[in-house]
Structure formats: C-alpha cells, structure tokens
Design a protein around this ligand. Structure first.
Ligand code: MEV
Length: 431
C-alpha cells in the first residue's frame, strides 16, 4: 500500500532536525501551523535542545511563575515555579504569607549523601563475601574517589561502604552500598561512575559477579526537614486548626488519602524542580518510597496543635537536587530561575523545596478543611471566562463575584453579565 505509516524509521536520530520534523508531520498529518508551533523553541536554543535529549523535533513551553512571600530560615525568597495546574502558585504564595512570623519556615537539609548499589551474584557463601567487602572498605572508598578530584576538593567524595545479604526469588545475593557525599550535584552521574569503577574490585574480593551497578533513587540519606508554626489567628481560629489536624489524621490513617495529601506536597516541590531543571522523577520516586518506608504508605508531613492552640507542621522527605552539572546548568531558564532563588548550594535548594512543599500542603489542607478546593478553582475558572467574554479591570471582579455567588459559571453567562454590567456602567456615567 502506498504511503503506509510505519514507526520503524532506521537511523531517525541521525537525521537533521528539520527532516525528523517532516517525517513526523507526514506520519501524523500535522498542519503547517502545527509544525510551525512545534518548531518554536522559545527561550531554548535549538542546538542546546538537540544535545539535551535524542530525536528532538521541537520544544514545548510551560508557564514560569513565581511564588512570593516566602521567608525561610530568616531569608526572603522569590520562588520560581513551572506547572500547568491553576491555583498552585497562588496557594503557595498565600500560605507563605501566613508563615512569615518568627523568621518564617525553618528548613534543614541533612548531608548530601547518595547511595550507589552493586548487586553481587553467583556467590557460594554470601555472608562471608559480605564480611570480606566490609574488611576492604577503605580500599573500595579509595578506589571510588580516584579521578574525582574536583568533588574531593569541594569536600565531597565516597565516604563509606555498607553491605547486606538480600534474599531474592533466585536465592540470596550480596548488595553493596557505596555512600557518596555529592555536595552540590544531583549526584547520579558521579555515583554511577564510582560504582562501575569499584565493581571489578568487589568481584575480586568476593569471587562473585557484580551485575547491576547503579545509583539508588531511595535517597534516604539525603533528607530535608521543614517545620513551621502558623498562629491560630492567621489560620482562622482554633476550629480551623483542629480541622486541619483532622484532615492530616485522615491521611495518616488511610493510604488512599495519604497519596493525595503527598500529591499536594509534590505540587509545590515538583514545580520548583521543573523551574530549576531537576530530575523530578528522581524526587518523585524517592518521595513515594520514603512515604512507604514503614511498609505502609504515609503522609510526608505531620500537622499538630501546640499547647497554645496554634498549628504546627513538620515535613521530612528525600530531596536529591543539584545546582551544578546536569540540565540545571545547561538550560538558560533554569540558570535564571536559580538566580531568582538565590540559592548557593544543593542543600539550600533542598531546604527551599521542603519549605515550599510544606506551605503547599498547608494551603491544600486549609482549603479542603474549610471551603473545599472547588471554590478557589471555580473563581479562577470564572476569571478566565470573564476575561474571554471581554471583561477587563473591575468588571472582571464583578462578573466573577456574581457567577460564583449564583453558582452559574459558564461562558454564555459571563457574556450576558459583561453586556449587562457594561451597559449599566455606561448609563451610570450618563452615557
Ligand atoms: C490538587 O492538585 C492537590 C490536592 O488534592 C492536595 C490535597 O488533597 O491535599 C488539593
């Protein structure tokens, strides 16, 4: 059949971008308009994009916003966020506004330790092999650090070796962990190169076969802890404090709720991760595994009422982020976003992200425990409709207020109101 569609395209990656785009356009029947849209790289240099990943045909823009009002460890931050979901940025800014007392949100990152794993199979005596690995710890650490002078100079490097025998479906295997202080990098690359380097030594020591050599994304030695007190009068009184604590208790008791609770935290965390070009899958994977570390999925935060009736919140989660190397260095917008944030280290970025997660979580719980989440969403939706219907300035607020109050949020009603209120305005001005 002539022109049969196939996705089997040999050496697609070798073709110039233009040609790749043409092939895809033909395959999918894209219009000229759509092709033009795809090939608009916005603030990303096409050559940079083409080097970042494979088979690039274009770029896709997301809104870059900032959350304001953040005071973290006594320092003011304007927080860049990239996200497609309305309300998140507004909610973060509003939450941060009531969290400015007493120096604002507190946040502390632990050491920036990442774990590299080496899976050793084909062992006759795995426990004895484990003991031998631990006996040779210093030698392994020394070898891992060879060739990583700049990391060592920055105060980082491989620190320690741990080993366990793990029972798998194909029998016991030895799992060796290399603990690496990665300082200001996300660290996956350096850890991967280190575990690959030491694997032959581990084979020699154990007589087994080192199979997988790869970073672990369960970054539980690289945590951030954030905590805050929100005064009861800033939340809407002790009744609201109790309602928020009850909302948290729901998440603590029920994994179906805990996942949504944590999703709200990740709304903030991942928006900052995207703005600063972090590996957000690594952050997500670590967060959810950490939430389930006791064998049951739990919320990453805790909300309590203190002795004075105020709301106090605590968040603890892994935060594997970097400010050197990777896309954070390559993408010009990520570089600018880091400059807006003004963070000097990966630890500081982690502290900001923990604080944003906690604020985002508070905003969601407060909305849910009081008026419900839809009202805010409805207002934004109504605002969009009013603007689409031609309202500007004060008229937007009026149209929104009426539509929300009457529970009639639609484009046709917005048009009707714009027409009516504009005519009334004209009449008032004696028109
Ligand atoms: C929506 O993106 C996030 C929330 O569902 C979080 C939550 O329920 O806590 C509002």
């Amino acid at each position: 059949m002539a022109g049969a569609r196939t996705s089997r395209i040999p050496e697609f990656y070798k073709k110039p971008m233009e040609e790749r785009r043409r092939i895809v356009a033909e395959f999918a029947g894209l219009t000229e308009e759509e092709v033009k849209l795809i090939s608009n790289f916005g603030n990303l240099d096409p050559e940079v994009a083409d080097r970042m990943i494979e088979n690039v045909i274009g770029a896709m823009s997301y809104p870059l916003a900032v959350a304001v009002n953040f005071l973290i460890n006594g320092k003011d931050y304007i927080v860049p966020m990239v996200i497609e979901e309305p309300s998140v940025v507004a909610a973060a800014s509003n939450a941060a506004r009531v969290m400015r007392r007493d120096g604002g949100i507190r946040s502390r990152a632990t050491e920036q330790l990442m774990i590299g794993q080496i899976q050793v199979v084909k062992l006759k005596a795995p426990y004895y092999a484990m003991a031998l690995v631990l006996e040779h710890k210093d030698e392994i650490v020394r070898l891992a650090n060879e060739g990583h002078e700049s990391l060592l100079k920055a105060g980082g490097g491989a620190r320690d070796v741990e080993a366990r025998v793990v029972e798998g479906p194909r029998g016991p295997m030895l799992v060796v962990h290399l603990l690496v202080d990665v300082r200001d990098a996300m660290g996956a690359n350096v850890v991967n190169s280190m575990v690959e380097r030491v694997a032959p030594l581990i084979e020699r020591i154990t007589g087994g076969r080192a199979l997988l050599r790869i970073v672990s994304n369960l970054a539980d030695r690289r945590l951030v802890r954030s905590w805050v007190k929100v005064y009861k009068e800033d939340v809407g009184g002790e009744e609201v404090v109790d309602a928020i604590v009850d909302a948290w208790a729901f998440a603590a008791a029920d994994p179906y709720r805990a996942v949504t609770h944590n999703k709200g935290i990740m709304n903030g965390v991942i928006a900052v991760a995207l703005a600063t070009a972090q590996d957000h899958r690594a952050i997500e994977a670590a967060a959810h595994a950490y939430a389930a570390r006791d064998g049951r999925y739990k919320p990453l935060s805790v909300w309590e009422k203190d002795a004075d009736g105020n709301l106090v919140g605590y968040l603890e989660m892994p935060m594997p982020v970097g400010v050197v190397g990777g896309a954070a260095r390559v993408h010009p917008v990520a570089r600018a976003a880091l400059k807006i944030l003004g963070v000097k280290s990966a630890a500081e970025l982690a502290e900001v992200m923990g604080a944003v997660g906690l604020a985002q979580n508070f905003a969601a719980l407060r909305a849910l425990a009081t008026e419900g989440i839809q009202r805010g969403h409805m207002e934004l939706h109504a605002r969009n409709l009013a603007m689409m219907a031609g309202a500007r300035g004060e008229l937007v607020d009026k149209v929104v207020e009426i539509m929300v109050r009457e529970g009639k949020v639609s484009f046709s009603y917005a048009q009707e109101l714009v027409k009516k209120l504009s005519a009334e305005g004209e009449a008032d001005r004696g028109g």
